[in-house]
Design a binder for this molecule. Structure first.
Ligand SMILES: [Zn+2]
Length: 240
């Protein structure tokens, strides 16, 4: 189940950067999907603590995409929140899966099993090797370029805030602003959580909204979950 979203992502061409104003955002295409769809990375703010938000690495778990659009708009409307920090967005990490409403990419690979974590487990569904897929390589390039201090990746349907690595305090700060409990689900082989959290030691929160989040309007989603995303963006600062 997924909600229809207005408008396609505009293809900018590889490596082209443009600014839309003094507060950003910067938008850049960081890779192309198997079927040639652009993978867009957007950045707000400059310097300081860097937080990466990503959505829809599983193409059929897409409520994070409109939420990140709203988070970006909120931060732009409240530029004080951007002082001393950089917020990086990957709004659609798996554009082919998003287009076809499938979990995997167009090769049938689960991108969230395709990272070079110590627990990578090669298979047809996980990929023959870590980073065998162009989408996971694009995400990796973003990790290497921005070296985030924390990562928030949005999924469905388990209704929890899962974390890997030293992510529990950040997960708790998010849980204080929404109705999802902090709960460890367990580290999956080759997942971004395993790689970033366990291999690299970066706090990473795997947000699992409930399945019925897909039934909410974008405005309802933002009212329900916006504050927890803002809390993650400004952590360790607290919301007023
Ligand atoms: Zn998922």
């Amino acid at each position: 189940m997924r909600r229809a979203l207005p408008g396609p992502i505009v293809a900018l061409g590889m490596g082209i950067t443009f600014m839309t104003g003094c507060q950003g955002p910067t938008s850049r295409v960081v890779g192309m999907s198997v079927e040639g769809r652009p993978i867009e990375c957007r950045t707000l703010g400059y310097g300081g603590r860097t937080v990466l938000f990503m959505a829809t690495i599983h193409g059929d778990e897409s409520v994070g995409t409109p939420l990140l659009r709203d988070l970006e708009a909120h931060l732009q409307a409240h530029p004080r929140l951007l002082t001393g920090r950089t917020i990086v967005f990957l709004p659609v990490a798996n554009p082919d899966g998003f287009a076809h409403n499938t979990r995997e990419n167009a090769h049938g690979v689960d991108l969230n099993r395709n990272f070079p974590a110590d627990n990578f487990d090669a298979s047809k569904n996980h990929g023959v090797a870590p980073l065998s897929e162009p989408e996971s390589r694009a995400i990796m390039a973003v990790l290497e370029e921005h070296a985030p201090d924390a990562i928030i990746t949005i999924h469905q349907p388990y209704g929890v805030l899962d974390y890997d690595g030293p992510g529990e305090p950040l997960a708790s700060a998010m849980a204080a602003q929404c109705d999802l409990p902090v709960k460890r689900v367990g580290s999956r082989p080759g997942s971004l959580g395993s790689y970033a959290g366990l291999t690299l030691g970066i706090p990473i929160i795997t947000v699992e909204y409930r399945e019925d989040a897909s039934d909410l309007t974008e405005q309802q989603l933002w009212e329900k979950y916006g504050a927890s995303l803002v809390a993650a963006a400004i952590y360790p600062e607290m919301l007023d």
